[in-house]
Write a protein that binds this ligand. Structure first.
Ligand SMILES: [Cu+2]
Length: 129
């Protein structure tokens, strides 16, 4: 099962120093979460080191309940390649992650597309420098 499809990040880059606001709506029938972590840890099970202060939905191991929305924001203060993953159960090691990049410059271009199937839906992300 390619659960990466669940995330549907159509673009994944934000310039260093930008504030990222995430609106994470779980439209599936099972809890899910969103944690920004190192790319190397993307498919490991259990808790992950958060890449930026505040870059996680609340209680990421328990997850955001079906039908609920979690909002959080963080400052993308380090250039690099990261992953946004789900910490519930074996979701991350089953492939529930996607890439997130912080670039030296250029325009922000991340966009969370609509959910597919029974998927959590990170529906929106906005940026302010
Ligand atoms: Cu999940």
């Amino acid at each position: 099962m390619d659960t990466r499809l669940f995330w549907k990040l159509t673009c994944r880059c934000v310039p260093k120093g930008y504030k990222v606001k995430v609106v994470f709506t779980n439209k599936s029938s099972f809890p899910h979460s969103a944690v920004f972590t190192s790319f190397a840890d993307k498919s490991s099970e259990g808790t992950h080191q958060i890449a930026f202060p505040g870059a996680s939905s609340p209680s990421p191991v328990a997850g955001t309940a079906p039908g609920e929305t979690a909002r959080f924001s963080f400052k993308a203060n380090k250039v690099g390649t990261y992953a946004v993953i789900c910490e519930v159960g074996h979701h991350a090691d089953a492939g529930m992650w996607d890439v997130f990049k912080v670039t030296k410059s250029s325009k922000p271009s991340i966009k969370f597309a609509a959910a597919v199937a029974a998927a959590p839906s990170p529906t929106a992300a906005a940026y302010t420098p």
